[in-house]
Design a protein around this ligand. Structure first.
Ligand code: ADP
Ligand code: ASP
Ligand code: MG
Length: 414
């Protein structure tokens, strides 16, 4: 008997009919003899709707109340799915994060899971029940409801799978696996049968929202076998591979990720002296603002331009910090630009193939896309470009690296 955690995303539980379809699928697995924990998201659009209600009311909602509000979305889905299972004669019950005891820290709207008490889960499973759990939510040590950040139900599922030692964690969504890039942007994107854990981690952290980054981190840390599948059609989906034994076979580039949530600040004419990077980024870090890509250009007169990117939601705060410190930095001025985006090519094969960066830059140059900033890791190259060129850049790179349907995945040694 296998113990499986299945997670159904917003679109998959987006209407009563779709919840019935999920119940049918769950019932089939149950009849096959699997023990099942089902994690659900809010019905599609619901989390945004709830956030919108709060925004209509106040520009400064209490983080505690906001978490109480948005966590209701998942509770609607979980109870409806339990009812749909009852209708099929299946013994099921739904549990909120606090009822399971998914314990988190106290950072509202971006809480991190600290521990999961598996006793209740195991007791229910041992009674032959299916347990339906509300994703995205937990409870802190004071009993306060917390949420795990957008897309956080993925993380709930993987963390639950780790806690109970599940045989597999299956993420059911509206695409039938992980693709070479977002299939909404590139028609010719291809489903990958498997992707290495490291590549999935980079794809998620570079903006592919098919899996929340934290969920991939959890899967790696606790070695949870993870698969992404469609809730609408049958198929093998994509396996996130934890071991990399057949790396020889790996294509150079597994996929292309992109992120619109980038904004750029440039401090102009800073004296080129030791400690300047620290003086600029220190206060940014103190304000808990994450810096992504950094670029420093040294000019001839001992002056330098210092550019860095932050997420768009942090831009206003970062601007205020630049304004505050501009005089003491001895800088001339600062500028910002939020109409930028980041495109990344990701692949473990990069380790053993030279020239990937050159090919990337050549392909972008040929379609007239200017690169503003570059950052690399061992298995990723990212560029910051003007946002209006984002889709063109993704499509161009997708085909330049041989990822379009019909192009052989292996034939990408350009
Ligand atoms: P869910 O509501 O099920 O959690 P999400 O909208 O969070 O679904 O994630 C699925 C979406 O992720 C897809 O519809 C697709 O547009 C997007 N996506 C982005 N990059 C990729 C990729 N590389 N492969 C597959 N889907 C991707
Ligand atoms: N409902 C939450 C969101 O929309 C969590 C999730 O769907 O994973 O972000
Ligand atoms: Mg999601």
């Amino acid at each position: 008997m296998a113990l499986i955690v299945q997670k159904y995303g917003g679109t998959s539980v987006g209407s009563v009919e779709r919840i019935e379809a999920v119940a049918e699928r769950v019932a089939r697995h149950y009849t096959d003899g699997d023990q099942l924990i089902i994690v659900v998201s809010a019905m599609s659009g619901e989390t945004n709707r709830l956030l919108g209600l709060a925004r209509d009311l106040t520009s400064n909602p209490s983080p505690r109340e906001l978490d109480l509000l948005v966590s209701t979305g998942e509770q609607v889905s979980m109870a409806l799915l339990a009812m749909a299972l009852h209708k099929r004669g299946i013994d099921a019950l739904s549990l909120k994060g606090s009822q399971v005891a998914i314990r988190t820290d106290s950072f509202h709207s971006k809480a991190r899971i600290q521990s999961i008490d598996d006793r209740r889960l195991r007791a229910e499973l041992n009674q032959g029940r299916i347990v339906v759990v509300a994703g995205f939510q937990g409870v802190d040590e004071n009993g306060e409801v917390t949420t795990l950040g957008r897309g956080g139900s993925d993380t709930s599922a993987v963390a639950l799978a780790a806690a109970v030692g599940a045989d597999e964690c299956q993420i059911y969504t509206d695409v039938d696996g992980v693709y070479t890039t977002d299939p909404r942007i590139v028609d010719g994107a291809q489903r990958l049968d498997s992707i290495t854990f490291e590549e999935m981690l980079e794809m998620a952290s570079m903006g592919s929202k098919v899996l929340q980054l934290r969920s991939v981190e959890f899967a790696g840390k606790y070695q949870v076998p993870l698969r992404v599948l469609s809730s609408f059609k049958e198929g093998p989906g994509t396996l996130i591979k934890m071991d990399e034994d057949d790396l020889m076979e790996a294509p150079t580039i597994a996929g292309i990720a992109f992120n619109r949530d980038e904004a750029k600040l440039t401090v102009i004419g800073v004296p080129d002296t030791p400690g300047i990077a620290y003086q600029i980024l220190g206060p940014i870090g103190d304000a808990n603002i994450e810096v992504d890509v950094i670029l420093q250009n040294v000019g001839d007169e001992g002056k330098t331009d210092f550019t860095f990117t932050v997420s768009r939601s942090d831009l206003e705060r970062a601007e205020a910090i630049c304004e505050l410190h501009i005089a003491e930095l001895g800088a001339l001025e600062w500028r910002s630009d939020s109409k930028i985006a980041k495109v990344s090519v990701v692949g473990v094969g990069m380790r053993s193939h030279a020239g990937v960066a050159a090919n990337m830059f050549k392909a972008l140059a040929e379609v007239g896309v200017n690169i503003q900033m570059i950052s690399t890791s061992e298995i990723k190259i990212s560029v910051i470009i003007e946002e209006k060129f984002l889709e063109l850049a993704v499509r161009t790179l997708h085909s330049a690296f041989g990822l379009d349907q019909g192009q052989a995945l292996e034939a990408q040694d350009l």
